[in-house]
Design a protein around this ligand. Structure first.
Ligand SMILES: [Zn+2]
Length: 106
C-alpha cells in the first residue's frame, strides 16, 4: 500500500522516498542489563492504531523525523523534526529525543 508522507523540510512525497525507522521506543538509561537491552532491541508494541514512528528522508534531505501514523489505515496525523514533536499524552509513547534515528528519552 502506498501513501504520502510530509517531510518537515521538503513537504509531501510518496512514502517510497522514505525509510522506515521503526517505532519510537524508550531507550534504557544507564548501563542496561542483557534483558533490558534485548527488550529495547527486539520487543515492539506493534500497535493496531496510532503510533509514533521514526522516518528517514532517504531520497531527499536525508533528515530523520518523527511521525504519528495509524497503522491500520496509514493515515499520517503529523510529522515533525524530533525537537519539534508535540508532547505525547500517553505515558507508553515516548517523546522524541534530539538524537536522530535513535530511541527516545523522557
Ligand atoms: Zn526531506
Amino acid at each position: 500500500m502506498s501513501f504520502l508522507l510530509s517531510c518537515p523540510n521538503c513537504g509531501v512525497r510518496e512514502v517510497t522516498d522514505f525509510g522506515y525507522g521503526g517505532e519510537v521506543a524508550v531507550r534504557p538509561t544507564g548501563k542496561p542489563d542483557r534483558r533490558e537491552l534485548n527488550a529495547y532491541n527486539y520487543f515492539r508494541r506493534n500497535v493496531a492504531g496510532v503510533q509514533r514512528e521514526w522516518w528517514f528522508h532517504r531520497s531527499g534531505c536525508r533528515a530523520w523525523f518523527v511521525a504519528e501514523r495509524d497503522t491500520t489505515t496509514n493515515v499520517v496525523q503529523w510529522t515533525a523534526l524530533p525537537q519539534d514533536a508535540p508532547a505525547s499524552g500517553d505515558p507508553q509513547t515516548p517523546e522524541a529525543s534530539k538524537a536522530p534515528g535513535e530511541g527516545i528519552v523522557t
